[in-house]
Design a binder for this molecule. Structure first.
Ligand SMILES: NC(=O)C1=CN([C@@H]2O[C@H](COP(=O)(O)OP(=O)(O)OC[C@H]3O[C@@H](n4cnc5c(N)ncnc54)[C@H](O)[C@@H]3O)[C@@H](O)[C@H]2O)[C@@H](O)CC1
Ligand SMILES: [K+]
Length: 524
């Protein structure tokens, strides 16, 4: 599990180490680890460190200090290092170390052609020249802002990053790798907000602990690979702001049949999905459930959809009967009175009986006022925007939700009482006690029609398999939702590595992905 902490939590955990160690020691450790990692990257890309070109983008604080110290170490190993200062201030000891190691320091001149006052003896360069150097080097280190950032980048740094990011995005492969120092500069360290220009990173080397914003969307889309440098911070007892499950965590959560299992004990899922207009949603939802490991699936829907469901998945039993959980809503048009009433009735009954429920798509508008946390909503951004708008006088649109997914997922949870899984390139889950998960497991190809229906069925199967546990400990609902997101995302990658994938192919890849997740755990 990767745990993400706030800037304040990390600073508090750093404090005892800063007080007990010699001045600058912690930064030197961080910077040394950064230099070692960048050295590895240079060897991968250039075959060696000696003679390679590294450009440091250096801001006014300790984040710039990290970049400068790492640059000094790389210069000692023979790299040609250029530090580009964007501010009147820069970390003194870091600057001195870089210069002593043979690095060059320049400062970007402003629009008026005047170097910023206080930039010391650094050679002034035009913005365009600094950008040209950066775009032609092997590795750019982004050390403009770290956990001291307040809002997005401003001034010269913003201009530099905006233009460089545009240039690198347009460039053919072969341009520099971008390594973010601690965080891509200017991202919301605590909330993953993106409030200005950013240099998307290939790799983020973060110090002490992952910062919450690196895991949360939209920033999670620009961090690249995240590596944590262990600085020995003591974070025990501090509740992380966000968690990301990895395969081992999912293995521990997954319901695995014991030797004496039978289909009823493994979990029966009831599904109400699909209408005459959207029959495929019924097929995809039951496919997600059956392929995801439900003991049995019961399907309720119009005769035509039932026939399609049975022909695609003969394992399914049509009609009512005892279930341990429900999956409701994919392909349900609230104007289709019969199927919409069925969703309402089943939901009402499930709430009375106390059964876990997944509610998706058309089911979301049929939700009663408040529901317990073992009801899991699985909207995408547009559906969540509608859900919030209908229940409040706030006018929320899809773009607002995409800009601040965690904020709006929390709002939906507050308004409904449900556990909320907000689908997106990074899927956010908010559950009981404000537990937050952020999963980024699927390829962009997963954004395809019907893939959400498969997730609904899969999560339904999980809730059915662990229904008693979820009712006893409702915090589990969010963890299971995050686990389903991981398996769903990885199944898409497994179905067609690096290429387009259909929703049914995702469902068909679920058994192999579940087996891979469980590999080594054994049955329990
Ligand atoms: N405390 C320590 O000893 C350690 C700190 N570390 C590094 O130190 C960083 C934090 O350093 P700082 O606290 O100096 O903070 P930063 O280096 O993130 O930046 C703070 C400075 O940037 C300015 N600033 C803030 N927001 C701005 C904006 N939007 N536009 C322009 N300027 C802005 C502030 O006025 C302040 O001067 C971490 O991210 C990490 O990289 C690491 O070296 C590990 C050890
Ligand atoms: K940075």
């Amino acid at each position: 599990m990767i745990l993400g902490y706030t800037a304040a939590q990390v600073r508090a955990a750093e404090q005892p180490l800063l007080e007990s160690g010699p001045a600058g020691a912690l930064m030197e450790r961080a910077a040394f680890a950064l230099a070692v990692r960048v050295g590895r990257l240079l060897r991968e890309r250039r075959g060696r460190v000696r003679g390679s070109a590294v450009v440091l983008l250096v801001g006014p604080g300790n984040n710039g200090g990290d970049a400068l110290h790492a640059g000094a170490e790389l210069a000692r190993r023979g790299a040609r290092v250029l530090a580009v200062l964007t501010s009147t201030r820069a970390h003194d000891a870091g600057l001195a170390a870089l210069v002593a190691a043979g690095g060059r320091v320049v400062t970007v001149v402003g629009e008026d052609g005047v170097p910023p006052a206080g930039a010391g003896g650094a050679e002034p360069v035009w913005l365009g020249d600094a950008i040209a150097e950066a775009s032609a080097c092997d590795v750019v280190l982004d050390g403009l802002l770290g956990i001291g950032a307040r809002g997005g980048l401003r001034g010269e740094a913003a201009e530099l990053v905006l233009l460089l990011a545009e240039l690198l995005a347009d460039d053919a492969p072969g341009g520099p790798a971008v390594v973010a120092v601690d965080t891509p500069s200017g991202v919301g360290v605590d909330d993953g907000a993106v409030a200005g220009p950013l240099l998307p990173a290939d790799l983020t080397v973060t110090f002490g602990a992952a910062k919450a914003g690196l895991l949360l969307p939209p920033a999670s889309g620009v961090v690249g690979q995240v590596e944590v440098v262990d600085l020995g911070l003591d974070l025990v007892g501090r509740t992380p702001a966000v968690a990301r499950l990895e395969r081992d965590d999912v293995a521990a959560l997954w319901p695995v049949p014991g030797a004496s299992a039978q289909k009823y004990s493994r979990g029966v899922l009831g599904v109400v999905a699909g209408t005459a207009a959207y029959p495929g949603a019924g097929v995809l939802t039951v496919s997600g459930a059956v392929r995801g490991g439900a003991g049995m699936v019961r399907y309720l829907g119009p005769p035509g959809v039932t026939a399609a469901v049975l022909s695609a998945r003969p394992e399914v039993v049509a009609g009512e009967g005892r279930v341990q959980a429900w999956a409701l809503g994919p392909g349900v048009d609230p104007h289709d009175r019969v199927q919409a009433d069925r969703v309402r009735d089943v939901l009402g009954e499930a709430l009375v009986q106390g059964l876990p429920v997944v509610v998706d798509a058309g089911g979301l508008s049929l939700l009663p006022g408040r529901v317990p946390p073992w009801v899991v909503l699985t909207p995408h951004a547009g559906e969540l925007a509608d859900l919030v708008s209908v229940r409040t006088d706030e006018e929320v649109g899809r773009a607002a939700v995409e800009a601040e997914p965690l904020r709006w997922a929390r709002r939906a949870r507050e308004l409904t009482g449900a556990t909320v899984l907000l689908k997106g390139p990074t899927t956010v889950v908010v559950g009981v006690h404000d537990a937050v998960y952020a999963q980024a497991d699927g390829p962009a190809w997963l954004a395809t029609a019907g893939s959400g229906d498969v997730l609904t069925g899969l999560l339904g199967a999980l809730l059915a398999g662990r229904a008693a546990d979820v009712l006893e400990d409702p915090t589990l609902a969010a963890a299971l939702a995050a686990a389903a997101a991981l398996v769903h995302g990885r199944a898409a990658e497994r179905a067609q590595p690096g290429g387009p994938v259909s929703a049914l192919a995702v469902a068909d890849a679920l058994p192999a992905e579940v087996a891979a997740v469980l590999d080594g755990r054994g049955a329990r």
